[in-house]
Design a binder for this molecule. Structure first.
Ligand code: URA
Length: 298
């Protein structure tokens, strides 16, 4: 872990009881007894939708002999469940929403592990989501090798004083390779590639079907082909930030697993049937659980 990048000024006082830490958007604080069983957390799994989180937690509980599921009481922002060593939490849509979830979850893990960096480094993080494929048909699962923004540069934020703060938004290669290896017998393709995180579903993904249109057919295709030529295989809305923040603390084990809903080289609208969408979404879950089973089940 990168000790100097952890906010010890704030977090050490939580450990020594000087002040509590309120994970406001999750509706709990470090002083809640509800968090006590979470001290054994070995993985934090994030997904956009709360419904998905409940399904994931139910499935993981079943795989663990019906382990008890702890449900966080507040669910108007994020839906959260804990069972059998895995904390499942939704993060909403886009980097502003997902960054709130991730910062509070990182603080929670710091507290749960008593600031022990070795124990924190053992925690596996993943986002499971949906995306637009770049040269890949709907139904492909992409395990991200590097998160980039729409200009193919790493995640960054405007920061007072020093201008722009650049993050390392690469994903650990040993982890994405192990995830792909754990799913080598599926009836759908599982590939690695770079992933663009757009700040918008329409404009920063160069769609022509938004209420506002800033691109032409030509500029859209030029962008998509440029992405493809540079190794991008899908587009979503959170991965670059997620990798940037987890790398900032030095977490060594994290990944992003996204199914594609469409091939953006062929269109903008998501026209897959509800049955197809259900199967796509199930498939990214299959890849996640193949990996969790291979690493966490005894
Ligand atoms: N999610 C996105 O962000 N983009 C898509 O095209 C599909 C899902």
């Amino acid at each position: 872990m990168k000790t100097d990048n952890i906010n010890h000024e704030f977090l050490d006082g939580v450990l020594d009881g000087s002040h509590p830490d309120v994970y406001y958007h999750f509706g709990v604080s470090n002083e809640d007894s509800l968090l006590e069983p979470l001290r054994d957390v070995r993985a934090v799994i994030m997904a956009g939708s709360g419904g998905r989180i409940k399904e994931f937690a139910d499935h993981w509980s079943e795989l663990n002999g019906g382990a008890e599921i702890v449900a966080f009481p507040k669910d108007d922002r994020f839906v959260t469940r804990y069972t059998a060593g895995v904390l499942f939490a939704s993060h909403g849509m886009g980097m502003p929403s997902a960054s709130i979830a991730l910062q509070e979850l990182m603080r929670m893990v710091f507290f749960l592990k008593g600031g022990d960096e070795e124990a924190m480094a053992d925690v596996f993080w993943a986002r499971v989501g949906t995306s637009g494929g770049v040269g890949l048909p709907g139904g492909t699962v992409v395990v991200t090798s590097e998160g980039v923004m729409a200009d193919l540069k790493p995640y960054r934020l405007i920061q007072g004083g020093s201008g722009t703060y650049w993050f390392d938004s690469t994903f650990p290669a040993d982890v994405y390779n192990a995830i792909i290896a754990a799913s080598d017998h599926t009836d759908f393709d599982v590939v690695s590639g770079k992933t663009v995180a757009g700040n918008e579903f329409f404009l920063e993904q160069f769609r022509l079907d938004g209420a506002i249109r800033l691109e032409t057919d030509e500029s859209k295709m030029e962008w998509l082909k440029w992405l493809h030529d540079n190794g991008v295989r899908n587009i979503e809305m959170e991965g670059a930030m997620m990798a940037g923040y987890l790398n900032h603390w030095g977490f060594p084990k994290f990944a992003m697993i996204c199914c594609t809903l469409l091939n953006r080289l062929e269109g903008d609208q998501v026209t897959a049937s509800p049955e197809q969408l259900h199967k796509f979404s199930e498939d990214s879950g299959v890849v996640l659980f193949n990996y969790l089973k291979s690493t966490l089940l005894d």
